[in-house]
Design a protein around this ligand. Sequence first.
Ligand SMILES: [Zn+2]
Ligand SMILES: [Zn+2]
Length: 228
Amino acid sequence: MIGINHHVPGRGHSPGLLRRFYYRLRGAEQVLVRPAAELPLLLISCAKADLAGVDRLRQSVEETWLTLPENYRERYAAILEQAPPLVVVLLRRRNICGCLGHHHPPGSESRLVRRLRGLSGVRTGEIDLAFEAIREWEPSPLSQPALVSAADTAEMTSFRYQLALLTVFLHELHHLVASQEPEAVVRSRSQKFYGDVLADFVSRHFGVEYGLRRESDDAPAPFEDAPR
Ligand SMILES: [Zn+2]
Ligand SMILES: [Zn+2]
């Protein structure tokens, strides 16, 4: 179990300096992604060696999102309406602090965002996502479906990863548009979104029940400050 830690970059620790150093060493790539109409345009920035992560995130926002039943997507409709039309995603394998992602409040954004704003005048937000940490993130299941075939297991694993990327992305967008909203509110929405969508997927694809532990159970909440 891992959580998204919500401290603001620059407070407490300074990933910025290390990130710049890392980019300078390995070279950065910027990939523009135009997902489904209701999602913002994304400019994904990552180290050249991490382009595999870009493909997974792109797949999440371009394809996986559209496969979700309308009623789940609608839960984020109000947030998506307020989201900046352009969002820069700083994508990396892991965060030094162990978090799955952060939102970057006004004033803490990278030079890339300031440059984009200056060039285009378009309202631009910024978040970071740690794609390997997200892949490994597993909220504890109440009941793990016994999938008989290796193909089913592979399909389930792949969907979980796509959904987890989408969930952390939406979680950070929620923070971006509602900075006054307490973490508990933001977290409970994304946690419920993840659990409900996954249960729906499993029942539709495999015809078995699947549930996640609720926050009130002994397991720590998946979006709590619990870097490992
Ligand atoms: Zn952090
Ligand atoms: Zn949060």
